[in-house]
Every structure is written in structure tokens, then in C-alpha cells.
Write a protein that binds this ligand. Sequence first.
Ligand SMILES: *Cc1c(COP(=O)(O)O)cnc(C)c1O
Length: 401
Amino acid sequence: MSSVSDFTEGLKAKLTALESAGLLKRERPMTGAQAVDINASGKDLLNFCSNNYLGLANNSQIISAAKNALDTYGFGMASVRFIAGTQSQHIVLEEKLTHFLKTKATILFPSCFDANGGVFEALLDENDAIISDSLNHASIIDGVRLCKAKRFRYNNRDLADLELQLIAAKDAKNILIVTDGVFSMDGYFAPLEGICDLADKYGALVMVDDSHATGFIGKTGAGTPELFGVQDRIDILSGTLGKALGGASGGYISSRHPAIVDMLRQKARPYLFSNSVPPMVVAGTIAALDLIAANPELAKKTMENAALFRKLMVDNGFDLLPGEHAIVPVMFSDEHVAVSMAKALFDRGIYAVAFSYPVVPMGKARIRIQLNASHTPEEIKACVKAFVDARESLSPVVSTQ
Ligand SMILES: *Cc1c(COP(=O)(O)O)cnc(C)c1O
């Protein structure tokens, strides 16, 4: 048997290996609020890598709603929902989300990670099957692992492969297809119409995790089901309060079938055994939903900013994954070049992150830029200029053509 010190020495060796492989993740402490203009690691930067899609994370109306809630509802709940952790405003937020998403019922979770962690095990058992997109979020993968249903996986957005998996799963009592609405590394949308058609053909349920869409995708911001006109064909919707909807924390499951939500209130373990969403976050998120409904130009601005950045980058010869989403992957075939580019951007006051293998496939290294409603055209142009200058500084290493 090895000693505790052998164990910690082993950890240190693994950490050193991660560092030499360039895979060690480091935090960059920011001195102020989430925004475009930030100061991090002692440097003034323009931030192009947050999920603050509507720029609401530091919105004054949301902050004042949250402050009022501190006075009225206190700091914390010190309870799970079903014991002493439900305030009237938790119900209000659930009803508002239901209205916003055009579903029938919604249940809050401490996070979307928890929503996905609890939903499968509470609804399905060993007689059922789950068919999951190969690029689904880690929380879906973990949630599926916690459930006894048989597991099937289809290649990312590949409807032909999904159909093969539906055929393979056909003996299951219930079949659930689950997909991200938007894939976070590529900014690609899931082909929801085709997925719903196949679900109808094989009698399967459909679940969409719309964390990178809720609030700004679709005509009213209701997300990818609204964008693709399949709102009344999606059975389970999960999402986060931690991105476009103010960015604090919390998640939800929403459904057009009230029985699904009713059952989650009885059986979903993160709902039953983890603390309620804090009062000020509930109030702030309610204010965020009101702001989004009253200001449709916010989401429009996010998408216009994404389109402007995409156009300027293509004009300057950069290789982007095509699309419209505010996630814009700038591609580099070489892993080291992507990392050097991100460093060169940082030196030029642009904060963006490089992703390389194993987070993305080998040879598909990228810098992921995320636009939001708060970026100005000048800031977007400054970002593009920094890309051009950074490429120059690294040439002839970087070839983007
Ligand atoms: C961000 C994200 C989550 C996690 O949301 P939290 O509320 O931060 O736990 C889950 N699923 C997807 C697809 C996400 O992008």
C-alpha cells in the first residue's frame, strides 16, 4: 500500500506533466465586475470570452433588484426547496421562465449542471434508453452516467447516425434523445427539426440543453426550439441562469408536460438535496427576464456584433467555423500556434482563450471569441486589429489561408 505522501507526490507529477503539455488551466483574477472592459492579472483588457451574451451581468436595474431582495428576502435560504427553501419569488421566477420559454412548467435547480445531473435518473430506469449527441456538455454526460437507462451515442449533429441509434434502442420502453441546442466549442446549432422528425418516427422524447441560447436566440429569446419552430415538439428543456440571463447562477428544467416537472420535484436529487437558489439571484434573474422582454434590441445587438466580427475576420483572411452564433471559433491547424496567438492577443489587450486537443479534436485548435451586446463596433475592430497584428508578429509561423 502506498503512503499519503506517495499519493500527493503522484498528483504533483501529473500536474507537472499537464504543465509541460501546455494543458494546465490557470485563473486570471479580475479586480472588478464582469464586463467588456476588465482588469485581470494586472492588465487592462477587452474581454471576448465570457458567456455574458446580453451584457446583463453588471446591469444597474438587475443589481438594484438584487439589492432590494437582500433587504426583503435576506441573504440565504439555508434550506432545500421542499423544506424551508421556497419563497414566493422562487415560484414567480419559475412561472416567468415557463412564460418566457412557452412551456407549461419549470423547476429551478442550483445550477444547470445540477439540472442535467438530476433529470435523467429521476425520469428513466433500466428499461429505458438515452441517445446522446457525442459533443453534449459534461453535465449531460454525467447525468446520463447516474441513470440506469441504456446509453447510446450518435456522432455530433449526424441525423443518419441518430437514426441508427434509434433503431438499436428500439426495444427500450422509453427513448430519450438529448442534445445541446448550441455546441459551445463550435457555435453550431443542433438540427432540431430533423431530430424532432426522427423522434416522431420512433416515438422518442426530445431534450434540449439550451444554455448557450436562452435569452438571445429565437425571435423572443426563447432559444433554439423557437429559432427552428419546434417549441411544441421539445419535451424537456434545460438551461442556465448563469449565462445570458444575468449570469449569476442557477439552472432549470422546463417542460410542456407538467407531469415531468412534478416528478422532478419528487425525485431529482440535486433539487431535493442541495440549497435553494439565493434570494438576490432569484430577484435579479426576474429583473433580467423583464429587461429581455422589454428590450429586444439587446439580443439583436449580440447577433449584429457576431456578424460584424465574423465579416471583418473573414475579410482579413482568418479561418472561421461558419455560422451566426455569438460563439466564433477562429481556427488554427497547429495547437501551438493557437496558444501563441492567444498569448499575443493578451499582450495586445484582448482576452480570449485558445482550445486545443483534447478539448477539441486534434488539428482543430482554435481561439474561441464570444461576442455580446455590450461590445461596441470600435472594440470589435480593435479585436480584429489585434488578431492581424498578432498574426504578423508570429509570421511566418501562422498561415491562416
Ligand atoms: C454552461 C452550461 C451548463 C452549466 O450551467 P451552470 O448553470 O453553470 O451549471 C450546462 N450545459 C451547457 C450546455 C452549458 O453550456
